[in-house]
Design a protein around this ligand. Structure first.
Ligand code: ADP
Ligand code: MG
Length: 245
């Protein structure tokens, strides 16, 4: 897809393998993945006016090639309810990012400003990730968010490309799968939307082999019929994709 190629070219020209969240979301959108409305801003004033256009509440997140894990750098502020809160959050995020750099002895690039995103209603957190193995190529990973992946390692993998049947099997073979069927009076989750997310990620990778890592983490999965939203997206390119010859 044209937009994907353009974004990867820009990254290559800037000598970075890390695709910023706004770029990653642009790519996901082009592949039909659902993301909350977003925009970008380079000043507190601009962030506030863009937030008003998107509609409150919003989330602000740092956009920097030097910050891959935004929360770790104090680079995420959620549930901002008015323009004042957005302006304050902007200043805090920039301060945090500078401190993060200072502690590591690096100068963090702050020129890209922040992502402003609509604050998504909480859903069941799932993760759809992609890793690349030198021998086997790209594999897609699926699991539930938080402790399920981090502590229990309750995840499942398939090589890309995969079929819709593969995607459905993945969803049902994790140990915590029952959570998606609805437990303790909770309605079942929209697993058909989840199948579509997995299939779209598979297609995106099939067509862009220079991706070394992709993470949709978290994806919020809502009750059946209410869809899913990819709330955070990280894409990293192979180093060879950005080296000039
Ligand atoms: P990172 O993984 O780089 O630290 P995320 O974008 O995942 O940053 O943000 C951290 C957390 O903030 C997410 O796990 C999610 O709980 C919350 N969050 C991020 N964006 C949104 C959003 N648009 N709506 C609601 N919650 C969000
Ligand atoms: Mg994340």
């Amino acid at each position: 897809m044209k937009i994907t190629k353009k974004i990867f070219e820009t990254a290559a020209n800037e000598g970075r393998t890390f695709i910023l969240e706004n770029e990653a979301k642009e790519i996901l959108k082009a592949y039909g993945l659902p993301v909350p409305p977003y925009d970008t801003a380079c000043t507190a004033e601009e962030a506030a006016s863009k937030a008003r256009k998107i509609g409150f509440p919003v989330v602000l997140k740092i956009l920097s090639k030097d910050i891959v894990h935004k929360s770790d750098a104090g680079g995420v502020k959620i549930n901002l309810r008015d323009e004042e809160a957005v302006k304050r959050a902007f200043v805090e995020i920039m301060d945090n990012a500078r401190n993060y750099g200072a502690q590591r002895g690096i100068q963090v690039d702050l020129s890209r400003g922040v992502l402003i995103s609509s604050f998504a209603e909480m859903g069941t957190e799932v993760i759809v990730g992609v890793t690349k193995d030198a021998q086997f190529g790209h594999a897609i990973m699926f699991g539930l968010g938080g402790i399920f992946v981090e502590v229990l390692r309750d995840v499942t993998f398939r090589l890309i490309p995969l079929t819709e049947t593969d995607a459905r099997e993945m969803i049902y073979e994790i140990k915590a799968s029952k959570i998606l069927e609805g437990v303790r009076g909770q309605p079942p989750r929209d697993t058909e939307s989840l199948v579509r997310v997995i299939m779209a990620v598979s297609k995106l990778i099939e067509e862009n082999q220079q991706i070394s890592e992709l993470d949709c983490n978290p994806v919020f999965l809502y009750e059946r019929g209410k869809g899913a939203l990819v709330v955070d997206a990280r894409i990293i390119l192979e180093p060879s994709a950005v080296t000039h010859t």
